[in-house]
Write a new protein. Structure first.
Lengths: 338, 338
DNA sequence: GCAGCGCTGGAAAGCGCTTTCCCGCCACGC
DNA sequence: GCGTGGCGGGAAAGCGCTTTCCAGCGCTGC
């Protein structure tokens, strides 16, 4: 085993041309090479099974073909959908996606960014929601700064203010529209299963929802906070139930939380939507097929991943660009008239 | 912008030591460096914000810190769970995960492997199920061969016979046990929503299921094939319904297919489990919370990812190792007595 | 007929790091 | 006192590529 890798030099020698020529033929260049030599090189490369050493290329060109993708948890459909979008675009561009998972720890995000910088990644998409914690914000900003100084581009999904390209879903507007739609169903008393208080996305959705209720002249909702996970939703729902709230409709800040919440309600004998309506946010594909199908605010998740990857790969100007994507309220069976 | 990256040479110069010394301090080596110099180097590196150039290291060491992970579709919970396991182990080992998605095209798998080889990835986990198609099998085998010759390790999830380390779920045994369990519920007429006929995993599960039915003295099931996706399950279920089969219990080759099938049944007014029992395979987390909760064969998906990553990273001997993981039948609300 | 040009091919200088090899130094042992 | 090791430090040779620079050559234009 370990028959050492075929190098460009071997191909060149075998084909009877110089290293330079072989390189020009095999790895593209502005320079022309006569068809004759070109053929010969191509043929020998093929015969020898030559594969260029990406590290060497990266070193020589001072730029790699790596694109970073940082998510909190790849099993979360929200992230896996975005990941699908990002990988599709990146692979189409002949790039390679490096997946980093933070487990929702902000410091991991910084570490990953630094690793990506070490690899001279061409670009990185930060899909994780940002926190409002000052210290980690600052460290992250510093890493992002370092990363761009080194020539890499950074795009964030769902959080602007970092001076990077950003894909911003209409969290606030979506929450607001959803609240209005639910109000139209006749609900008067609402509860919200909010995400962690320090998460910007959670805050925006909550703020939007409250605004929507206010628009409809409805009293502010009871708010219970929990983490952005199935279990977070489950716990929050139990807490809500324990609080003897009289809400007839509950809004979970994400579909995944809504899923957990529905499980909790079911366990406690609360029927959805007869006893309690419930709506989520994101529209993750799986929950369209469940019973009852979940009302939610649809976000084009894969599209968002594609857009983020597009922003980060198209060279882009020097200005930070922001692409807004709207959420669309989709009422399904989990919310009933009241 | 583009303040060129800090290099080892700059750190060395600034710290007043040689390149060699700086390298030894910062990037580990068998050699000792006096505490005095060591401190100085560390300090300057810190001050300058030095980050080693991973490409250069890879080139010089002739080995990179990349681990490949090839899946068909990252939005499929089956794959995203495995991916979570793989990334956890890889990140813990200080390695970087490269995610490749094939979109279920075998030739993409070969391409990705070749790319990974170009990057001198240290190892790769092939999570996609293998087909029985001779030609693509051969090309894949050749790439795997090339990859290992170059010193990389390869592990497959759920498909042996490739001469690589493998994590093999008990597809056949699981199918068989499930069939028996369903037979015990009193069902006599079964249908199977099988995966694509050329997929080994699909064949194994089907074969196991048939064997289990045979064990119970039950007639062979009606089999409808469809792709390993939600839509595949949906279509297959419609086809089954159209065939006027009198089955009272249907086994979908994967949970994801079962999800699609349940949607189809629901649309057609077939109640689960009253009119029709249904069971899947994999036990993807989301479907534990649905109504009715899906009966299935539980596979420890994340664990499988961890094991695969472990196999591929622990150096390993020269022998191809196989780790079998058992599936566990879990009967839930989607299957009723008959 | 020759300067000038455009074009192709090759030699060679890096890219940023690791690692071998060598050198000087000190502590020993005889 | 000096030969021996052992050890810490530095010079320099790569690792496999890209790319600049130069040489040669066949043309065109006057």
């Amino acid at each position: 085993m370990s028959a050492r890798q075929v190098t460009l030099a071997e191909v060149a020698k075998q084909a009877g041309v110089s290293l330079a020529t072989a390189s020009r033929v095999l790895n593209g260049s502005t320079r022309q090479v006569s068809g004759d030599l070109s053929d010969r090189v191509l043929r020998t490369a093929e015969e020898l099974g030559y594969v260029p050493n990406a590290s060497a290329q990266a070193l020589a060109r001072n730029s790699s073909s790596l694109v970073g993708l940082v998510v909190h948890d790849i099993t979360d459909p929200y992230f896996s959908c975005i990941a699908a979008g990002v990988t599709r675009v990146a692979e189409a561009a002949g790039l390679v996606v490096v997946l980093g998972t933070t487990g929702r720890r902000p410091e991991r995000e910084v570490e990953l960014l630094s690793t990506l910088r070490a690899h001279r990644a061409r670009a990185v998409v930060l899909a994780g929601s940002r926190t409002t914690d000052r210290a980690s914000q600052a460290r992250l900003a510093a890493e992002i700064e370092a990363f761009s100084e080194q020539g890499g581009r950074v795009a964030c999904v769902s959080q602007a203010k970092l001076g990077t390209d950003t894909v911003v879903p209409g969290n606030r507007a979506g929450g607001r529209a959803l609240a209005r739609a639910l109000a139209e169903l006749g609900h008067k008393r609402f509860a919200v299963l909010g995400g962690p208080t320090e998460l910007v996305v959670a805050r925006d959705r909550l703020a939007g929802f409250k605004a929507g209720l206010a628009d409809a002249g409805i009293a502010p909702p009871v708010v219970v906070h929990g983490s952005f996970t199935r279990d977070g939703g489950y716990e929050a729902a139990l807490e809500l139930l324990a609080s003897k709230s009289r809400a007839t409709c509950v809004f979970a800040a994400t579909d995944v939380m809504a899923m957990g919440a529905m499980a909790a309600l079911r366990e406690r004998g609360v029927r959805v939507p007869e006893d309690m309506s419930i709506a989520g946010f994101d529209d993750i594909p799986t929950l369209r097929d469940t019973v009852p199908a979940l009302s939610t605010v649809r976000l084009p998740l894969e599209r968002m991943g594609e857009i983020a990857a597009g922003l980060v790969l198209d060279g882009g100007g020097d200005e930070a660009r922001t692409v807004r994507v709207a959420g669309e309220v989709v009422l399904r069976a989990s919310t009933a008239h009241n």
